[in-house]
Design a binder for this molecule. Structure first.
Ligand code: PAF
Length: 304
């Protein structure tokens, strides 16, 4: 069932028993999560974790499905993490709807939803110790545009890994730099979590699914297509033999020259280090970010 149909039906057109059977356990505290994980482990089950900030869409649901492929039980965390928002960012208006999220998580058979308060996640307030990426992978692109963002992301994901000790965790490719950093963190800090990255899920017109798409007016929604169109064009150029990364970057910038779209970056980069490349190759990632009205959107495509 898709987000749209479930949101419209609010579980009404799902057989009542199926709906109730699938209702996840809702944990509000770390202690409840730890008790649940201990039970799963005692039963020999592998735990999969899908960290989210809620307001679930089909992209998130695909992450749950992906986790289900390797884990025996799947947990979804829903936490709008204040630590990853800058002072002038959208923390207060970030969309939230726990009831809707629970129904959607249930529709994919999620076993547990962890929905903590900020006070439970950060009982002492701002943490004194946090996870900071190096400048090379974390300082450019979104790290450059949103100072402190990745410190907030990595710190909360490290906490979630500590709380759940999951066997595996799934993140979306749409946040490409975030996923690269989380992979690196799991490796560098020996967290023992297999990090998987699932493909971007797109709207029929190409726009990458994002909880922030809800901010877009119909006109902005139309303009926002410039990002995916630019990436498609970059892909087509590569398929036609273009290997000069500068030419690909120029094509991305050009595609973002749309009234009402403020391009932030357009890059062709190494997928592991996020360093700009001179020559594009299979595996090179094209990344774009732009503001459409007040909404900051990002998107990417891996060349193959
Ligand atoms: O991608 C997100 O939704 C968030 O950055 C994450 C990974 C859940 C951490 O808050």
């Amino acid at each position: 069932m898709s987000v749209e149909s479930l949101a419209a039906a609010e579980c009404i057109d799902v057989a009542a028993a199926e709906c109730a059977d699938a209702a996840p356990v809702v944990a509000r505290t770390k202690a409840e999560v730890r008790a649940w994980v201990a039970e799963q482990r005692a039963a020999g089950k592998r735990v999969g974790l899908v960290p989210t900030m809620g307001y679930l869409h089909d992209g998130h649901l695909s992450l749950i499905d992906r986790a289900r492929e390797t884990a025996d039980v799947v947990a979804v965390s829903i936490f709008v993490n204040p630590l990853q928002f800058g002072p002038a960012e959208d923390l207060d208006r970030y969309p939230r709807d726990l009831e809707r999220d629970l129904a959607l998580a249930a529709s994919r058979g999620t076993e547990l939803v962890f929905a903590p308060s900020a006070a439970d996640m950060y009982p002492e307030g701002e943490p004194r110790v946090s996870v900071l990426p190096d400048e090379e992978i974390g300082g450019r692109l979104d790290g450059g545009a949103r100072p402190g963002h990745f410190r907030g992301v990595l710190t909360v994901v490290a906490k979630l890994f500590g709380i759940f000790t999951p066997d595996m965790a799934v993140f979306g490719q749409k946040d490409f730099q975030q996923a690269a950093l989380i992979r690196r963190m799991a490796l560098d800090l020996d967290q023992g979590v297999r990090v998987e990255v699932a493909p971007i899920v797109r709207e029929p017109d190409g726009l990458a699914m994002s909880s922030r798409n809800v901010y877009l007016s119909p006109e902005e929604r139309e303009r926002a297509r410039a990002l995916s169109r630019g990436l498609e064009h970059g892909r087509a150029l590569f398929a036609a033999g273009e290997r000069d990364a500068e030419a690909l970057r120029a094509a991305l910038w050009k595609a973002l020259e749309v009234p009402g779209v403020q391009a932030e970056y357009a890059e062709a980069a190494n997928p592991l280090t996020l360093e700009p490349v001179a020559t594009a190759d299979s595996g090179t990632v094209l990344l774009v970010a732009a503001r459409v009205g007040r909404t900051r959107l990002i998107d990417n495509a891996v060349l193959s």
